[in-house]
Design a protein around this ligand. Structure first.
Ligand SMILES: [Zn+2]
Ligand SMILES: [Zn+2]
Length: 106
């Protein structure tokens, strides 16, 4: 289990724009695996459309940037294939000013 202190540390990475530190943490890796297991390693958007595709990414439905406190919450995660993941983010990007364009978005 993750301690409150460690969770705070991980949230601080996000707030400081050090997302790679967050995504490389063992806590994220473990949670990510849990999400994949929960979703049977299946892309949830393809599944909703009646297709099967292996999930390659784990997406935060409420983005880490705007909801850092939900970054380690399993119910905020959705397993997606790369194609669906890109589509979701393209949609998010187009609804706001493109100020995060060149950053790592996952
Ligand atoms: Zn998909
Ligand atoms: Zn995402």
């Amino acid at each position: 289990m993750i301690t409150k202190q460690r969770e705070q540390e991980l949230i601080t990475f996000i707030l400081n724009d050090e997302l790679m530190k967050f995504y490389k943490s063992k806590e994220w890796m473990q949670l990510r695996l849990k999400a994949l297991k929960r979703d049977n390693h299946e892309c949830q958007l393809c599944k909703a459309a009646g297709r099967y595709h292996k999930a390659e990414n784990v997406h935060h439905m409420k983005e880490v940037k705007t909801h850092p406190h939900l970054s380690l919450t399993l119910s905020n995660l959705q397993c997606l294939c790369i194609k669906c993941h890109n589509e979701v983010h393209d949609r998010l990007e187009s609804t706001r000013a493109p100020k995060f364009m060149n950053e790592e978005r996952w």
